[in-house]
Design a protein around this ligand. Structure first.
Ligand SMILES: NC(=O)c1ccc[n+]([C@@H]2O[C@H](COP(=O)([O-])OP(=O)(O)OC[C@H]3O[C@@H](n4cnc5c(N)ncnc54)[C@H](OP(=O)(O)O)[C@@H]3O)[C@@H](O)[C@H]2O)c1
Length: 401
C-alpha cells in the first residue's frame, strides 16, 4: 500500500510495494498530481506575498504624497485664511458699486451734456409761455429770470401784487428776449377754490404753454413737535394746500394742454428733505416726498408724449425761506443753483441740481447703505432739536416739552 504523508504533502512512491505495473503507473500519476498541487499552492502563496508587498508600497507612496503636499503648503509664502478672502471679495464688490454710481454721476453731469448737448428743446418765443408759481423771490424768481432769458413769455403767480409788478418791470428791463409778462395774485394756502380762476387765465394766454415750474412752497417757522405747532389746524391745512395741492392742481390744468401739443416741460421743486424723514419738520419733509413721487410717477406716464417732468431736490439755497445765510461751497445763491439745475433737464428724472448737493446725496446714500436708513434721520433729529432749542432760548422760553 502506498504511504501517503498528508502532513508534508508528499507521496513517497518508492516505499510502495507494488505488485502490478498498472498500479505503479497510477501511483506515479498521483505523485505528479500532488507535485503540481504543491507547486500551485506555492505560486498562490507567492502571489499573495506579492500583493501584500504591492499594497504596502502603495500605502507608502500615498503617505509620501501627503507629506509632499504638506511640504508644498509650508513652502507657500502666504496662504490667506478664508475669512480674509471673503472680506476682500465683499470690499471689491462694494468698491465697484461705488465706482459705478460715481461714474453715473460724472456721466450725467459732465459727459452726457458734452456728447448729447441740450436734451431739451427750449421753445422760448413771443407766443410761448412759462408759468411759475411763487415767482417773486428766491428760486421762483431765479427760474423766472432764466425762462425770460430763453425768450419765454411769463405768467407769474404769488400773493403780493406789488412784488409781482416790481419783478415784472425788473425782468422786462433786464431781458429783452422776454416780450410779455402777466401776473396773477394767488394764495396757494387757500385750497381748491382758486384753480377755476387760474385755469381761465391760463386758457386765455395767446399761444401755447410750454413750461410749468411748480416752485411755491412753505415750511415751518422753526422746527417743532407736531402737536406743539402754533395754530396747528390752520398750519396743517396751509402747508398741505401750498406744498401738495398746488402741485397736483396746477399740473392738472397744464398737462392736458401739453399733451395736445405733444411737448412741454414741468419742473417740480421738491427738497433734499424728501430723501429721508426730517423730524421736527415732519410735515414739510412728508409733503416734499409726496411731490417727488408725484413727479417721478408722472414722468414715466408721459415720457413718450414729448413731455419732460423733473423732480428737483435741492439742499440749501440761500433764500428767505432759510433766512438767507451767506453763499458757501454747499449753499449757492438761487441764480447759480437754477443755472446748474437747468442743465440737468432731460438728463435726470430727479436732480439734486448742484454738484455739491449731488456729492452730499451720494455720501448720504452710502451712509444709508452701510449704516442704515435711520442714521441720517438721527443726525437730522439732533441738529433740528438744537435749532429748536436756540429758537426757544432767543425768545426766552423753556424748550423742554
Ligand atoms: N431755499 C432752500 O434752501 C430750499 C431747499 C429745498 C427746497 N426748497 C423749495 O424751493 C421752493 C422755493 O423756496 P424758496 O426758498 O425760494 O422760498 P422763498 O424765498 O420764501 O420764496 C417763496 C416764494 O413763494 C411765494 N409764496 C409763498 N407763499 C405763497 C403762497 N401761499 N401763495 C403764493 N405764493 C407764495 C413768495 O412770494 P409772496 O410772499 O409774495 O407770496 C415767494 O415768491 C419751495 O418749494 C421750497 O420748499 C428751498
Amino acid at each position: 500500500m502506498a504511504n501517503i504523508n498528508t502532513d508534508n504533502d508528499t507521496i513517497n512512491s518508492s516505499n510502495i510495494s507494488s505488485s502490478s505495473p498498472l498500479l505503479s503507473i497510477n501511483l506515479t500519476r498521483l505523485d505528479n498530481l500532488f507535485n503540481i498541487g504543491r507547486n500551485y499552492s506555492m505560486i498562490i502563496d507567492q502571489y499573495d506575498d506579492e500583493q501584500q508587498q504591492l499594497q504596502q508600497q502603495q500605502q507608502q507612496q500615498s503617505s509620501s504624497i501627503i507629506i509632499t503636499n504638506d511640504d508644498d503648503q509650508q513652502e507657500c509664502p502666504f496662504y490667506p485664511p478664508q475669512w480674509l478672502i471673503i472680506l476682500f471679495t465683499i470690499s471689491l464688490i462694494i468698491f465697484f458699486m461705488i465706482l459705478i454710481r460715481f461714474m453715473q454721476a460724472i456721466f450725467t453731469w459732465f459727459i452726457s451734456p458734452l456728447i448729447f448737448g441740450n436734451m431739451v428743446k427750449w421753445n422760448g418765443g413771443p407766443n410761448t409761455w412759462a408759468i411759475i408759481t411763487g415767482a417773486t423771490d428766491g428760486l421762483g424768481l431765479a427760474y423766472a429770470k432764466a425762462m425770460a432769458e430763453k425768450g419765454y413769455c411769463l405768467l407769474l403767480l404769488s400773493r403780493n401784487q406789488e412784488k409781482l409788478d416790481k419783478v415784472k418791470q425788473e425782468i422786462l428791463k433786464q431781458y429783452q428776449s422776454c416780450t410779455d409778462i402777466r401776473t396773477l395774485v394767488v394764495d396757494f394756502t387757500q385750497g381748491h377754490d382758486s384753480y377755476d380762476y387760474i385755469g381761465e387765465q391760463i386758457r386765455s394766454l395767446p399761444g401755447s404753454v410750454h413750461v410749468l415750474i411748480n416752485n411755491v412752497g412753505m415750511s415751518y417757522k422753526y422746527p417743532e413737535y407736531f402737536t406743539r405747532i402754533l395754530d396747528g389746524n390752520k398750519f396743517i391745512t396751509n402747508i398741505m394746500n401750498c406744498n401738495m395741492v398746488s402741485v397736483v392742481r396746477m399740473t392738472y390744468l397744464v398737462l392736458p394742454l401739453m399733451e395736445k401739443q405733444k411737448s412741454g416741460i414741468i419742473l417740480n421743486i421738491s427738497s433734499f428733505s424728501a430723501l429721508f424723514p426730517s423730524p421736527l419738520l415732519t410735515l414739510y419733509s412728508a409733503s416734499k416726498i409726496f411731490m417727488d413721487y408725484f413727479s417721478r410717477g408722472l414722468y414715466w406716464e408721459y415720457r413718450h408724449r414729448g413731455i419732460i417732468i423733473q423732480s428737483v431736490v435741492p439742499y440749501y439755497v440761500t433764500t428767505n425761506m432759510i433766512r438767507n445765510p451767506g453763499v458757501s461751497f454747499m449753499i449757492p445763491n438761487p441764480d447759480t443753483f437754477v443755472r446748474s439745475a437747468l442743465k440737468t433737464v432731460g438728463h435726470e428724472i430727479r436732480t439734486y441740481g448742484f454738484i455739491t448737493h449731488r456729492i452730499l446725496a451720494f455720501v448720504r446714500e452710502w451712509n444709508r447703505f452701510f449704516i442704515g436708513f435711520n442714521f441720517s434721520t438721527r443726525l437730522a433729529t439732533r441738529s433740528l432739536s438744537n435749532a429748536r432749542k436756540r429758537c426757544y432760548q432767543r425768545k426766552g422760553l423753556d424748550h423742554h416739552v
